[in-house]
Design a protein around this ligand. Structure first.
Ligand code: FUL
Length: 485
């Protein structure tokens, strides 16, 4: 009997799958980038960009939502933001370094990954590299026997935290900086050490800062060799900023765009042969519009290049004791969350360890408040069946029941980006006191969109997809109450 029942349920499941397959014609998806045919019409290009999807690692990265940045190095001990490369390495001497404290605090606050400045622009290396003497090997700390990268790695393993690295291309200490081939070799050797000896690395963060070497020589980076090294040694890592998986949002103030396309027309800066096309389209990371129909019409190629919002919890990136009373308020952190995670971006929040080698009490306290606020806000979705998948034609409207007597002021909506980012415009209405009220009108959704509005006690919610590139796939809709701060 059990066997017959089992067979019957397997058959039913198979039929269901095939029915939904028959209903939906097979779609061709383009992973990470798509080249438009030369003679493609605007409609064809729009259709193609609507089928542009992330790689599995870009998707996993987006789903993490919260990453912590850890600026720590010689600057922590000199008070500088940008070191000159000539500070005595002996100065690096945290008295109570405890990477487990960092990771425990960050994990409890909801962060899924940490990124450490293994080397900042000053060139000081937090691991005992064989490529330079300017490292922890020559620090007072543990008589030169320490390795911050290894300690953080071990802490991440212990607390199940993903691990990422920042390795500044600009290096004020390296004597060969500006002697391009020699420095490129040194840089690739440093990357090789980091990506070989410290387990799995999930994000490699390479910024675009580029100073002059000794005698005014300008360094030309060999991005092809650099990214080939990352792909070879850590094929599952995403590469950020100069890399082609994760895009800098364009400011350091925590401000994502209202209209934030992950399916963009901007080529990553390390694609040097594409810079003429960026210039022709008038695009840089700061441009307001990176994905409109007008740009699609002009472009020859599109990129899945989602935004990361990097911002510090303090005025500086590195720890400065005089900023202990300038840690961002809870209201500021929450605003940043709504403007980053709530605007189709990942939040990369910097929390710099102090001279003891600990996350400072003020920052720890604020992170606790932040995570408690998010937990309380998003504890219960007040929309009934908000996670029912909805494939919507343009102009379609969907009504949802709301849990009786709930007071709400925040909408959450998500697109299934594994089928592309498509929504261009949508409207949110609430049914209260016998009438529909428009509470929000917005443009893009992407992985996640959060919208705040006045406190209401609705019976029903209505979403209208006013504009989209083909069928929009909405995977989740929610209503919540975010306590005003
Ligand atoms: C920039 C650097 O110049 C800053 O010091 C900081 O590291 C920031 C995250 O990236 O390019």
């Amino acid at each position: 009997m059990r066997n017959i029942l089992l067979k019957a349920s397997v058959l039913a499941a198979t039929l269901l799958v095939s029915v939904s397959c028959c209903n939906q014609p097979r779609e061709t998806l383009y992973t990470k980038n798509v080249q438009f045919p030369e003679d493609a019409s605007v409609e064809t290009k729009i259709d193609m960009i609507s089928h542009l999807v992330p790689t599995p690692q870009q998707l996993a990265w987006q789903q993490m939502e919260l990453t912590a940045f850890l600026h720590f190095g010689i600057n922590t001990f000199t008070g500088n933001e940008w070191g000159s490369g000539s500070d005595d390495p002996q100065l690096f001497n945290p008295t109570e370094l405890d990477c487990e404290q960092w990771v425990r605090v960050l994990r409890d606050a909801g962060f899924k990954m940490v990124i450490l400045t293994a080397k900042h622009h000053d060139g000081f290396c937090l691991w005992p590299t064989s490529t330079t003497e300017y490292s922890v090997k020559n620090a007072a700390w543990r008589n030169g026997e320490g390795d911050v990268v290894a300690e953080l790695r071990a802490a991440c393993d212990k607390y199940d935290m993903k691990f990422g690295l920042y390795l500044s291309p600009w290096d004020c200490n390296a004597e060969c900086y500006g002697d391009s081939p020699r420095y490129n070799q040194l840089y690739v050797a440093q990357l090789t050490e980091l990506l070989t000896n410290y387990g799995e690395v999930h994000e490699v963060w390479l910024d675009g800062a580029c100073g002059e070497g000794p005698n005014g020589r300008v360094q030309e980076y060999d991005w092809n060799a650099i990214f080939a090294t990352v792909r070879r040694l850590q094929p599952h890592a995403v590469t950020a900023i100069m890399g082609d998986d994760v895009r800098w949002v364009g400011n350091e103030g925590g401000l994502g765009r209202d209209t934030e396309w992950s399916a963009t027309l901007i080529a990553p800066k390390s694609y040097t042969d594409k810079m003429a096309e960026n210039a022709r389209l008038g695009l840089n990371e700061m441009s307001e519009d990176l994905g409109s129909r007008a740009l699609v019409a002009e472009a020859s190629k599109a990129y899945w290049y989602p935004s990361e919002v990097d911002v510090s919890i303090r005025p500086g990136w590195f720890f400065h004791p005089e900023e202990n009373d300038k840690v961002r308020s809870l209201a500021s952190l929450v605003d940043i969350y709504f403007r980053s995670v709530g605007c189709n971006s990942v939040l990369l929040l910097n929390i710099p360890p102090d001279v003891r080698g600990l996350l400072h009490e003020e920052d720890v306290k604020r992170l606790g408040e932040f995570s408690e606020y998010l937990r309380a806000t998003f504890a219960q979705n007040m929309v009934v069946k908000g996670d029912e998948y909805w494939s919507s034609e343009v102009g379609e409207v969907r009504e949802y029941e709301v849990v009786i007597d709930s007071v709400v002021n925040t909408l959450l909506i998500q697109e299934d980006i594994t089928r592309g980012q498509r929504v261009e415009e949508f409207m949110v209405e609430l049914y209260c006191d016998g009438e529909w009220h428009t509470v929000a009108e917005a443009t893009t959704i992407g992985y996640k969109r959060l919208l705040r509005f006045e406190e209401s006690r609705p019976e029903k919610l209505r979403i209208t997809i006013r504009g989209a590139r083909g069928v929009a796939n909405i995977s989740n809709v929610g209503l919540y109450y975010a306590k005003p701060l």
